[in-house]
Design a protein around this ligand. Sequence first.
Ligand code: C5P
Length: 218
Amino acid sequence: LPEQLLSGKKIAITAGPTREALDPVRYISNHSSGKMGFALAAEAARMGAEVTLISGPVNLPTPAGCQRVDVTSAQQMLDAALAVATEQDVFIGCAAVADYRAANVASQKMKKQGEQLSIELVKNPDIIATVAAQSEATFVVGFAAETQQVEQYARSKLAAKGLDMIAANDVSNSSIGFNADDNALTVFWPNGQQAIAQASKQQVAAQLLQLIQQQIQP
Ligand code: C5P
């Protein structure tokens, strides 16, 4: 049964944005809806996998059969990922992690000041690269949102982050970008590539999981 293709496999998926506090009432984030990561979690569970869904702040219900871990910041997402990564067969990094956080988080609400305000930012850890470096046996899959030279940028991320596979989408096409219900991917791994045509995120998720399943077969 295709439904049981991932039976016995453990899969962890990061999804949604992260939120980086500036003070008790303000934050830096992005427009990630979490839809692609939640679709992957739902499909992986339907295919028989044991799914851990590590989610940033999103407005989506937990897919049936998934264990959900809610986090806010990139550092919390890293901690949640590292807590489960080594025991996973597959780790999929679908989250839109904020690249930077405030160097200092104000403990009180910041007051209005002059005409200009500068905030010092420091780089966040790369969650998927850290997981790939620490979990030799886990098949690690990343995403790459690109607007040009998709293959070149995706393949350099595959290598730089130490991934086993990367799914690239062309975010210059607004029908498949942030918050869209559809997606289209080109998937790259060291010895191959495969296009997944535009379809619902649910259908695209099922096809990506089938590609992953083919690559992890002994
Ligand atoms: O480098 P870039 O952000 O384009 O890479 C995207 C991929 O890396 C996605 O799989 C995303 O989830 C992951 N990522 C991460 N931690 C970061 C930045 C990106 O896990 N700090």
